[in-house]
Each structure stands twice: as structure tokens, then as C-alpha cells.
Design a protein around this ligand. Structure first.
Ligand code: B12
Length: 243
């Protein structure tokens, strides 16, 4: 029988065998106690839709979260383009999640359930899961900052059954402490009044991006390039960490 620690090491190494992927493990009950859940209960939140299949119930035996992070480098902006109902990066994360599900079943006889992106559809607050798993810290841009890639990383989570050793939160990584807050200064919407992120201001810019789709996608059936949404990333791309 595989020990808790070696199961975690093996699963992480399998997930990280995919290009540009980092993986960590955290307990579901810890994620559900995270600050985003408190904030979500306390007030209104932004919601939107995506063509993810909703999940009504999480299996009771699956109490561990495998969190996957995919690098979205600035030199490959297409990863972040929203084309035909999803971003290219999220499509890749879905694919890797399905491969991990199959591998966990075949190699360890464990059940895994890749979760939808949105909390409303049965997903998790991904930044909370990522911070608690030790993937990075929350920066002054309100994004998860990864030591290698800065905020240029996107997440997806998988619920897994089995006895895993969780990964530790990251200690001693405090890049924002001495930073000039380039992220907040780069925001044309001024979405950080008094230094605190406000989604209700930020979302006006992202809604404008939705209205201003650009023909930079793949060649579609009409022979023309598909329209894509290029969501604004100034608070992310201005971050000096990982460049
Ligand atoms: C709804 C949503 C939006 C909405 C509202 C955002 C919001 N923050 O409320 C809109 C459309 C405006 C938006 C904008 C963006 N988003 Co968005 N969004 C989401 C989504 C679906 C849910 C986020 C949410 O509602 N959070 C709840 C609110 C209440 O909390 P919050 O503002 O996020 O702040 C919490 C955390 O910071 C946390 N926290 C702070 N400190 C600490 C410390 C610890 C220890 C812990 C555990 C937690 C923690 O507590 C705060 C609440 O108190 C997530 C995906 C997901 N399923 O999680 C992606 C997600 C957060 N978005 C993401 C991105 C990249 C963006 C954008 C850059 C746009 C883009 N190009 O994709 C901007 C950036 C805005 C910003 N600076 O925060 C990424 C973030 C990646 C990263 N490196 O952090 C995510 C994770 C999606 C993904 N594909 O991986 N988003």
C-alpha cells in the first residue's frame, strides 16, 4: 500500500509532467473555511455563465482537493483568449483534469471528480484552494502570485478520494512587501480604492472587453478568424514577479 506522503508525491509528479503545470494538495474542509466563502456569504458577488456541466453533489468519500495551476505567459496571450465558450488555457486544464482522473483510477484505483470553474456550478474558490495548498500568496493585485510565474497562472480543481498528505502553505515569500504596487497603478479603472480591490469597478472593464471582441482566433467555418474576448490583464501583467 502506498503511504500518504508518497501518494502525494506521485500524484504531483504525474500532474507536473504536463507542460507548464504545477500541482498541490489541500483538504476540502480547509478550503471551505477560506475567506472567500465568508465574503461570499456576507455580500453580493459577481456571477456569470460558462458551458461547464454543473455538479449537484460532491461524493462524500472525496475529501481532498488536487489543485492544478497552468502558466499563462505573456508571450502566449492566446491561453487567455476566450474563444468558442472557453479560454484555451481552461480547455487545456479540463483536458489534463480528465487525464489525471483516468490515471488515478488506473494507477491507484481512486475516484476523482474534476470540478467546474464556477462556484455556482459546484466549483471551489480557486485562489483560496491554491494559497492554502502552498501554490503561492495573494498579492496586492488580489491575484495569486506564484514564485516562478507571478500572477500569470490559472487554476482548476479536482476532488479526489484517498489518504493524502497535504502540501504546506508557502512561508517567507512576500514579494508585495517592498513593491511599488505597479499592479494597482496600472489599473485604468482605479479598481483599488484605498488599496483594496473592488470587483464592481473592475468588472466594467471586463464587460467592455466582452462587447469588443476581436477577430484574432482560429480560422472558422466562414473562412474568417473567430472573434475572441481578450480579457484585460493589466493588474496581472504589470506584476514584476516571475518576469
Ligand atoms: C467571479 C470571478 C471574477 C469576477 C469578480 C472577481 C472578484 N475577485 O470578486 C471578475 C469578472 C471581475 C474577475 C476579474 C478577474 N479575474 Co476572475 N474569477 C472569478 C472567479 C470565477 C470567482 C472569484 C470570486 O468570486 N471570489 C470571491 C471574492 C469574494 O473574493 P476575491 O475578490 O477573489 O478575494 C478573496 C481572495 O483574495 C481571498 N484571500 C485573500 N487573502 C487570502 C489569504 C489566504 C490565506 C486565503 C486562503 C485566501 C485569501 O479572500 C478574498 C475574499 O475575502 C474565479 C475562479 C474561481 N472559481 O475561483 C476567477 C479568478 C479569480 N479570476 C482570475 C483572473 C485571472 C481574473 C482577471 C485577471 C481577468 C482575466 N484576464 O482573467 C481579473 C482580475 C481581477 C482581480 N485583480 O482580482 C483567476 C485568478 C488567477 C490568479 N493568478 O490569481 C481565477 C482564479 C480564475 C482562473 N482561471 O484561474 N474575476
Amino acid at each position: 500500500m502506498t503511504s500518504k506522503t508518497s501518494l502525494t508525491t506521485e500524484v504531483i509528479s504525474q500532474a507536473e509532467s504536463y507542460d507548464g503545470v504545477r500541482a498541490r494538495v489541500v483538504r476540502l474542509k480547509d478550503v471551505l473555511k477560506g475567506p472567500s466563502y465568508q465574503a461570499a456569504l456576507a455580500g453580493p458577488r459577481y456571477t456569470d455563465s460558462m458551458d461547464d456541466v454543473p455538479i449537484d453533489n460532491w461524493p462524500t468519500e472525496a475529501q481532498t482537493v488536487l489543485i492544478l495551476g497552468l502558466n499563462h505567459p505573456e508571450k502566449d496571450p492566446r491561453q487567455d483568449y476566450w474563444e468558442r465558450g472557453d479560454t484555451w488555457g481552461n480547455r487545456r486544464l479540463r483536458e489534463i483534469s480528465e487525464l489525471m482522473k483516468r490515471w488515478l483510477r488506473e494507477k491507484h484505483d481512486l475516484t476523482a471528480l474534476p470540478l467546474p470553474y464556477h462556484v455556482e456550478k459546484g466549483g471551489l474558490f480557486l485562489k483560496d484552494a491554491a494559497v492554502l495548498s502552498g501554490m503561492g500568496i495573494i498579492g496586492k493585485n488580489n491575484l495569486l502570485i506564484h514564485p516562478e510565474w507571478g500572477p500569470r497562472i490559472r487554476f482548476r480543481s479536482i476532488l479526489v478520494e484517498g489518504d493524502f498528505q497535504t502540501t504546506k502553505s508557502l512561508e517567507g515569500f512576500t514579494p508585495c512587501e517592498t513593491c511599488e504596487v505597479f499592479c494597482q497603478k496600472a489599473c485604468p479603472m482605479k479598481a483599488f480604492p484605498q488599496g483594496k480591490y473592488r470587483w464592481s469597478i473592475c468588472v466594467k472593464r471586463l464587460n467592455a472587453d466582452v462587447e469588443n471582441k476581436v477577430p484574432e482566433g482560429e480560422i472558422g467555418e466562414s473562412g474568417k478568424r473567430n472573434l475572441v474576448i481578450k480579457y484585460f490583464r493589466a493588474c496581472e501583467l504589470s506584476c514584476p514577479v516571475g518576469t
